[in-house]
Ligand binder design. Structure first.
Ligand SMILES: *Cc1c(COP(=O)(O)O)cnc(C)c1O
Length: 337
């Protein structure tokens, strides 16, 4: 049996999740009639400390709706070079929102230095786009934003009259890692997007949270972007099941990532980062990278990258799978010795 470490998006719904989906009461959610969607939205809003929430098909759409609700045509948002919203969402904010991104380099810990954000805010002058929004991500590259950082950015946003959005696709991992309630991670943001389809194991679904008026405006953008779904309660039921049963267990993914990193680090050729949550990044010397990747593939260990590998642990990776993968790595280096 192969083990898929490529991403925590590869998780499949469990039997219990499928049963919850099959039993879900549903209605037409574009009319606001789906009881399962309404329940999910209320639960996530409550969990994250917001007035309202909106169920959307993907994290990409959720972030895009967030940016488009905060910003108008000709506005600008400040975002990290490494941020999913900027780098991995096909330029949607610029293409569909006519919102200019102002990317900044992420520091090693994933933050955007507050002074760099402040320096990037445009003066009120006809030469410039209007800076409206700062977008952060937590976790970012598997790292939890440091304590106090979000509050410092919030203070800047207040001082300069900007809105603050969080791409919290893996907010759950950050909360479990820090041992705090999810709403603590969400504190200070005007809007937060979370994914249920990553480590939580739902097949589809993200939720965008904000003030009531914000979510009302977001609902119109969702419809325009094609995200108004009908009997979406079948999906919302999977997400509700995930929230009940698959949040606390993220700690196992974090433990498995630490175990994996320790196993890989026994080989001095590999440059193994120390994982904070469920992602292990591994630098591999160029002269062995291709052979190493091929060896892992043949051994049924699926990962991404060659000279910079990413290994992700999740619901469908057991501790025994980690040990099997470590054994496959050991064989590669034993054979070369
Ligand atoms: C996966 C991901 C998204 C987008 O989610 P999709 O549902 O795949 O569109 C957004 N942000 C981050 C940080 C992600 O990892």
């Amino acid at each position: 049996m192969a083990t898929d470490f490529r991403s925590d998006t590869v998780t499949r719904p469990t039997a219990a999740m499928r049963a919850a989906m099959a039993a879900a009461p549903v209605g037409d959610d574009v009319f606001g009639d789906d009881p399962s969607v309404n329940a999910l939205q209320a639960e996530v809003a409550e969990l994250l400390g917001f007035e309202a929430a909106l169920f959307v098909p993907s994290g990409t759409q959720s972030n895009l709706i967030g940016v488009m609700t905060h910003c108008a045509r000709g506005d600008e948002y400040i975002v990290g070079q490494q941020a999913h919203t900027y780098r991995y969402e096909a330029g949607g904010a610029a293409v569909l929102g006519s919102v200019q991104p102002q990317p900044l380099d992420n520091a090693v810990d994933g933050t955007l230095p507050v002074a760099a954000i402040e320096a990037a805010i445009k003066p009120d002058d006809a030469h410039f786009a209007r800076t409206r929004l700062i977008a952060l991500e937590n976790t970012i590259g598997g790292k939890v934003l440091p304590d106090g950082y979000s509050a410092a950015v919030r203070a800047l946003a207040d001082r300069r009259g900007l809105a603050l959005h969080l791409d919290g696709a893996r907010l759950w991992n950050a909360a479990v890692k820090q041992g705090v309630a999810p709403r603590i991670i969400a504190t200070g943001f005007d809007s937060v997007s979370v994914c249920l389809s990553k480590g939580l194991g739902a097949p589809v679904g993200s939720v965008l949270c904000g003030h009531r008026d914000f979510i009302q405006a977001a609902r119109r953008w969702r419809k325009m972007l094609g995200g108004g779904m009908r009997q979406a309660g079948i999906l919302a039921a999977a997400c509700r099941h995930a929230l009940l049963h698959h949040v606390e267990r993220l700690a196992e993914d974090h433990d498995n990532a630490a175990r994996l990193a320790a196993g890989l680090a026994r080989h001095g050729e590999l440059d193994v980062g120390s994982p904070q949550t469920n992602m292990v990044f591994v630098g591999v010397p160029a002269d062995i990278a291709t052979a190493f990747a091929a060896h892992l593939g043949a051994a049924g260990v699926d990962i991404t990258g060659t000279t910079r590998q990413r290994w992700v642990t999740h619901l469908d990776v057991a501790r025994a799978d980690v040990d099997t993968a470590i054994a496959a790595v050991d064989r590669f280096f034993t054979r070369r010795a």
